[in-house]
Design a binder for this molecule. Structure first.
Ligand SMILES: [Zn+2]
Length: 464
């Protein structure tokens, strides 16, 4: 969008009228860059034993689901275990998270089978999976196993497939999460269940938060964007002190020490004063995790993830005069041609006007604001969402004034075509992509930051 200001009471000085219609809908997902510290052993096997408490553990981390085998583990609250009454169960389970980034919800999946063997006829009543953090129950699922009697000597294969979603506040970056699998069975003696309290098979898998995953969001930072988002580093360690270091090249530009296991810090924009690739290093637990993010100064993309046309390609444009003010279409084509010629030199793209449309970029007219009589108000808007579009306001005197001089619409067209190529607004009023145009003061053509953005998006030097 572009507004022109030359109100009589303000003598042509730059005044921010930042209100009204946005240039485009901002879409796109945040870019997450992740890195992780090494891996933690993911397999453990428990040997048969009659233990009164949890007996098998596995540490789970990173992208690899863990496999846990628990053989004949029994626990009984009444002094008798399942094996005492002739029932054994072997658990073969996988627990996921595929990747657990601290500061995000944790999705735990437990899948596999329980093999239940009975020397006497038996019935199993319940299968319960419980997610614990220490002594605190975070969540659980109860399922009903097959309740038909298991005949002595048979093996019953009981599927296990349960999911838990733990809220972010419940997910520790330090300590363990355990998943208890409890199976309750009873022998059937003389046609009746002997149900001696709670006899359970318990297998425990211990999930340890992946240590040192680092996320920087957004992954591409534009400090001059009129909706600039700060760079935030999110990380987790498994305890102790950690150091967060931000580097540009080999030079450290910011350091922070913390004893928190869950790290969520904003990187001050003053440390991001130069364009380039920055590295974030988080050192904790004697290990270092790192990720990178990019900073672009002087310009901003129209969308949170820079969208652009294919580099070095040919882009067609059409002029739709359906709602155009009377007369002046020939001058309109001249003004648009001059603008596209300018951008051809700055982008390496080739712009071709086609009379039968729609072209890749469509220029048309509409009554945009109802308030845009004279110079003020929204004179045009443009975007690059599904192709490029550029609409001029039929109520704007500026849009209707031909030429590229101080009063002409050339600067308006240059600004709006900048949007159709993917440029967004910036806070520096010396750049063409500043949203308010002050007659006689504002630039008429792309400036240093605008050109830097076009270079970043289109790399014109690499075009043949
Ligand atoms: Zn604009």
């Amino acid at each position: 969008m572009y507004r022109r200001w030359s109100g009589p009471n303000l003598a042509g000085m730059g005044v921010c009228l930042h209100r009204g219609r946005r240039t485009a809908v901002y879409v796109g997902a945040l870019v997450f860059a992740t890195g992780s510290l090494g891996t933690i052993p993911t397999t453990a096997t428990a040997s048969p034993e009659h233990a009164p408490s949890h007996s098998a553990t596995a540490e789970v981390s990173g992208a690899t689901p863990s496999r846990l085998t628990a053989t004949g583990l029994t626990r009984a609250n009444d002094g008798r275990s399942l094996s005492d009454v002739g029932i054994t169960a072997n658990a073969s389970l996988r627990t996921t998270p595929a990747r657990y980034a601290p500061g995000t919800p944790l999705d735990i999946r437990v899948a596999g089978t329980l093999d239940i063997n009975a020397t006497a006829n038996a019935v199993c009543h319940g299968l319960e999976l419980t997610v614990m953090r220490g002594a605190i129950r975070l969540g659980g699922r109860l399922s009903s196993p097959d309740r038909s009697p298991i005949i002595a000597g048979e093996t019953r294969v009981e599927p296990v497939n349960l999911a838990f979603d733990l809220p972010v506040d419940d997910v520790p970056t330090t300590g363990n999460i355990s998943v208890d699998i409890a199976l309750q069975c009873s022998p059937v003696i003389d046609g009746t269940w002997d149900f001696p309290g709670e006899s359970s098979v318990v297998a425990t898998t211990t999930i340890r938060a992946a240590s040192g995953t680092v996320i920087v969001t957004p992954g591409w930072v534009f400090p001059d964007a009129d909706d600039a988002k700060e760079a935030r580093v999110t990380a987790g360690t498994t305890g102790g002190k950690s150091t967060i270091r931000v580097k540009r090249g080999t030079k450290t530009v910011w350091t922070k020490k913390t004893s928190k296991s869950r790290i969520n810090l904003a990187i001050p924009t003053s440390t991001l004063s130069k364009s380039g690739t920055y590295t974030v290093l988080v050192r904790g637990d004697g290990k270092t995790a790192r990720t990178t993010f990019r900073v672009s100064k002087g310009w901003a993309p129209l969308m949170s993830e820079p969208a652009h046309w294919e580099r070095c390609s040919t882009i067609t444009w059409t002029y739709n005069d359906a709602q155009a003010p009377r007369g002046g279409d020939r001058q309109m084509i001249e003004d648009l041609t001059r603008t596209f010629d300018l951008y051809e030199r700055l982008t390496g793209l080739t712009f071709v006007r086609v009379k039968e449309g729609p072209g890749d970029i469509v220029i048309d007219w509409a009554n945009l604001s109802g308030q845009a009589d004279g110079w003020g108000g929204a004179s045009g808007y443009a975007g690059i969402l599904s192709g490029g579009s550029l609409t001029l306001s039929t109520t704007s005197r500026w849009a209707k004034t031909p030429g590229d001089g101080v009063d002409g619409r050339g600067a308006l067209l240059n600004h709006e075509v900048g949007h159709t190529l993917g440029l967004g607004h910036v806070t520096n009023d010396r750049e063409l992509m500043f949203p308010i145009h002050t007659g006689g003061v504002s630039p008429l053509t792309p400036q240093k930051g605008d050109i830097a953005g076009l270079r970043e998006l289109y790399a014109p030097a690499n075009c043949p």
